[in-house]
Design a binder for this molecule. Structure first.
Ligand SMILES: [Zn+2]
Length: 384
């Protein structure tokens, strides 16, 4: 179901409001249509305005933006890249505070890629929870395929280029291995406003720096499925952590990357982004699903193949934020920023999404700061 903005001005008030940058005590957000009209002191809310008061202790914060979502609500985007699948995924993640996301297509055939792009194009601008698409592969390293189908991995063709750089209303993010694509490919994508991220790659530090100079600004699930940090070959991880201009996705589920490694990474100069890399069981009821013909079983919160290899995650954004606080000892405000402000900036949407401020879209969550559970979400001014 698409979300129609509530046309009548209304407000949401909380004892504590985190706007993405700082905390406000006793504040109210005035919403007009799909957008935030103003943030005022609770006492200054116009008396004739309908106001929803959040229970004491519950925070109002920006909604989560997830740039890597393979599935949810028991469906996998790759299985049927249709608008209906995307709507199911969006609805499944919304209850965990995700107010917008990028459906993520894992390496697949050109036909599947085309269908996925078409499905997303239909929904962008109609379904506010869909910001665009993330094509994770297929231009990746066979050496770091992870759970991707090795048969789908290939170099880009001129048809791929035309398809990816075509003018679109939504954001396009491509995860690729810089060492596997032709010279000029990254620059071509970046100059068409496509977001380019390194992932599933054996790139050296030098190759990564070259890709960054050509317009690469992201790193997909940093540490996982890439050349490891090494004494004499720092690789992509060092390049990501030392640059203040790049954004790197982290899967904070306690399995993909050890908490100590994550704590170290968070001391870097780059900008962390929380991602779920979610698979169908998130917000669903199934405990197993099929990926590239292989059965993936969810056990103790992990999505793994028979050989034990991780295949995406069984993680929702609220849990990722909670893990940041509990496993990484981060202040809640930092974790919230990594799930809202940073992904919005990475996608070039920082002027519209990711913060609570006048003019921004009213994408918000009511979150308990102790249990770190999401009680309500608002997407484009409408609550569920
Ligand atoms: Zn991946």
């Amino acid at each position: 179901m698409s979300v129609e903005p509530n046309r009548h001005p209304h407000a949401v008030a909380a004892a504590c409001l985190f706007d993405g940058v700082s905390l406000h005590r006793d504040a109210g957000v005035i919403i007009e249509g799909a957008h935030i009209a103003a943030i005022v002191a609770r006492a200054e809310l116009p008396p004739d305005l309908p106001v929803r008061q959040l229970p004491n202790g519950v925070w109002l914060a920006p909604g989560f933006i997830d740039v890597q979502v393979n599935g949810g609500g028991d469906v996998l985007f790759n299985d049927a890249p249709t608008p209906q699948t995307i709507r199911t995924i969006v609805a499944a993640h919304r209850r965990f505070g995700t107010t917008s996301l990028l459906p993520t297509l894992i390496s697949d055939s050109p036909t599947k890629m085309k269908s996925a792009l078409t499905a997303v194009d239909i929904l962008v601008g109609v379904e506010p929870g869909v910001l665009g698409i993330h094509l994770e592969g297929p231009f990746i390293s066979p050496e770091k395929a992870g759970a991707h189908d090795p048969r789908a991995i290939r170099p880009p063709t001129s048809d791929d280029v035309a398809m990816i750089v075509a003018q679109r209303q939504g954001v396009t993010l491509v995860t690729l291995a810089p060492e596997e694509v032709p010279r000029g490919f990254i620059r071509k994508l970046a100059s068409a406003s496509v977001r380019v991220a390194l992932g599933h790659s054996m790139a050296s530090y030098e190759q990564t720096r070259e890709a960054m100079a050509a317009g690469l600004t992201g790193f997909t699930h940093l540490f996982n499925a890439m050349r490891p940090l090494d004494s004499r070959e720092p690789g992509p991880i060092a390049a990501a952590l030392e640059s203040p201009r790049v954004f790197y996705g982290l899967i904070v589920d306690g399995f993909h990357v050890a908490p100590a490694t994550l704590r170290l990474a968070l001391r870097g100069a780059g900008n962390p982004i929380l991602v779920t890399d979610a698979m169908p069981p998130v917000g669903g009821s199934r405990v197993a699903f099929t990926l590239n013909g292989e059965t993936i079983v969810v056990r103790d919160g992990r999505c793994a193949r028979q050989d034990g290899k991780l295949a995406g995650a069984c993680l929702d954004m609220a849990t990722a934020v909670r893990n940041c606080v509990r496993l990484l000892n981060l202040p809640l405000t930092d974790a919230l920023r990594f799930a809202s402000v940073n992904p919005a900036q990475f996608l070039g949407l920082g002027d519209r999404l990711g913060r609570l401020a006048p003019g921004m879209r009213a994408d918000m969550i009511a979150i308990d700061p102790e249990s770190i559970e999401v009680h309500h979400t608002w997407v484009a001014g409408r609550t569920n």
